[in-house]
Write a protein that binds this ligand. Structure first.
Ligand code: GLU
Length: 511
């Protein structure tokens, strides 16, 4: 068991946090907690051209939503700070110059135009784009002259020739690259900012990161990083690369096929955070024993890097929806109600009428409000779907076409339809509300029993319940009549309202 585990998540503030970033954070967090180590959050904001305002807050929000709190980071502080790279610029510059002094890096004065021409020529010749090392041969005097005349420069890494770079990846096993395939990477840009490669290596070293565990898309950076460690004379951390996440058609996970933003699942859809967490942890990891439900603590207990695979993980939205429904319908009801309320309030857009009416009801402490959530959640994978289901209790549904909607376009004869409504009306009129059980499931069962008992011999199949279900819910397709009644009968005037509704439809069948 490794000691002193220090792992990190090092996102760049370039917009809404990506599902892949959150999965990397989760795996790192689980690994750290499992080894009583530290999980560090470092903000890699050195590419100012790609920075999107507000990204950091969204990253923090996403992490805390799924319940993973960094031990060290920009907000938490820690003894290896600052944890925001733009606050560490002097450090990177000093290290870049140190490499120049030791001959492992050099000043490059080539203009963007020259580099563009070079790239164009290489593309024409079907060669991989690479810097031609023109400035690697400049003499000290030439360099001094250019610097004295204020010529802009970058610092590039002197890639060694034909050196094989090998490492044992903790996930992918033994990997070998040849330095001939690597470019003389820019380490320090002309604006004084470091590139990702320099800043990442310097910080991982100074922050005493023991394991760099990141997505496979960073694999091609690892040989460059290992060579940098060697140039500095530092011991590298252990590297591990998590498998790519792909669309169902095996292409790289893209916005086109799936939404890749974590906040889309949190805010726009309203998934249970553990449903998304459960879903994400299975993007690459296969446990020895699968549990139905997970908590973060259970994941800390069960997770193991050995069981993270190498083949790409498919992002299967159906699986997420399956888990979404499971966590919504089987978690503690009061937890779901409060989660739903905070989701409504955090939706950052206008409430639907049903949501508004639900909040009003909830504020009166009415037992029907919890019961509503209890029946709606059984038909929802996320809160938007739950809100959609709620509409049925507040009469904000599509207008019905009578008699077609009640008779399924004439498939049920009008006489049977009318009978269905009449039987339902009688049942509801006779119900003793006080005798109905408090628990939703029991109430539903009592209602099922009554309807079964009162079923006329000559009224079977859909003809018995369909017309009354539609008339009661004012909805062509919705939850079943018993679930609906189990809630609506809790409302003060629920019984009268339902009888009135049924009478209205019976009247329309008279003619
Ligand atoms: N800044 C990189 C990112 O956006 C970090 C990659 C790494 O983990 O080294 O994910």
């Amino acid at each position: 068991m490794p000691d002193n585990v220090r792992v990190r998540i090092a996102p760049s503030p370039t917009g809404d946090p990506h599902i892949g970033t959150l999965r990397t954070a989760l795996f790192n967090y689980l690994y750290a907690k499992q080894h009583s180590g530290k999980f560090v959050f470092r903000l890699e904001d050195t590419d100012k051209t790609r920075e999107v305002a507000g990204s950091f807050d969204k990253l923090e929000e996403s992490l805390s939503w799924i319940g993973i709190d960094p031990d060290e980071g920009p907000v938490q502080g820690g003894s290896f700070g600052p944890y925001i790279q733009s606050e560490r610029l002097k450090l990177y510059e000093d290290f870049a110059r140190q490499l120049v002094c030791s001959g492992k890096a050099y000043y490059c004065f080539c203009t963007p135009e020259r580099l563009a021409n070079l790239r164009e020529e290489q593309t024409k010749k079907k060669l991989p784009p690479k810097y031609d090392r023109l400035c690697r041969g400049l003499s000290q005097a030439q360099i001094k002259k250019k610097i004295d005349s204020n010529q802009p420069f970058v610092i590039r890494m002197s890639m060694p020739d034909n050196e094989s770079v090998e490492w044992s990846d903790i996930i992918k096993g033994r990997l070998i690259f040849n330095s001939n395939d690597l470019d003389d990477q820019v380490l320090l840009k002309s604006d004084g900012y470091p590139t990702y490669h320099l800043a990442s290596v310097v910080d991982d070293h100074l922050m005493e990161i023991s394991h760099v565990l990141r997505g496979e898309d960073w694999l091609s950076s690892t040989p460059k990083h290992l060579l940098l460690y060697k140039s500095f004379g530092w011991n590298p951390p252990i590297f591990g690369h998590f498998p790519l996440i792909t669309n169902p058609d095996r292409s790289k996970l893209s916005k086109r096929n799936n939404n890749t933003s974590v906040l889309y699942y949190k805010v726009d859809k309203g998934y249970h955070p553990m449903a998304l967490t459960h879903f994400m942890v299975f993007l690459g990891w296969t446990p020895e024993k699968i549990r139905d439900f997970y908590s973060i603590d259970m994941l800390v207990q069960d997770f193991s890097l050995d069981r993270v695979g190498v083949s790409p993980a498919v992002f299967d939205l159906d699986h997420l929806n399956f888990l979404g429904k499971k966590y919504l319908s089987e978690s503690d009801l009061s937890e779901i109600v409060s989660m739903y309320l905070s989701w409504i309030n955090d939706r950052r857009h206008v409430f639907t009428i049903a949501e508004k009416k639900f909040i009003e009801l909830y504020k009166t402490n009415h037992p029907a409000s919890e019961a509503m959530i209890d029946v709606c959640r059984r038909r929802a994978s996320y809160f938007v779907e739950l809100s959609e289901q709620l509409k049925v209790f507040f009469g904000v549904t599509e207008p019905l076409v009578v008699p077609n909607d009640l008779t399924i376009d004439g498939k049920i004869d009008p006489v049977s339809a009318k009978k269905s409504l009449t039987v339902a009306k009688k049942i509801i009129q006779d119900i003793d509300l006080k005798a109905l059980p408090k628990e939703t499931d029991k109430r539903i069962n009592v209602l099922i029993e009554i309807f079964k008992r009162e079923q006329p011999n000559d009224l079977g199949g859909q003809a018995y319940l369909h017309p009354s279900r539609v008339a009661l819910t004012l909805c062509k397709q919705s939850m079943n009549a018993f679930e609906f009644l189990s809630v609506i009968l809790l409302l003060g005037n629920g019984k009268e309202l339902m009888v009135e509704r049924l009478e209205g439809f019976i009247d329309r069948f008279k003619s």
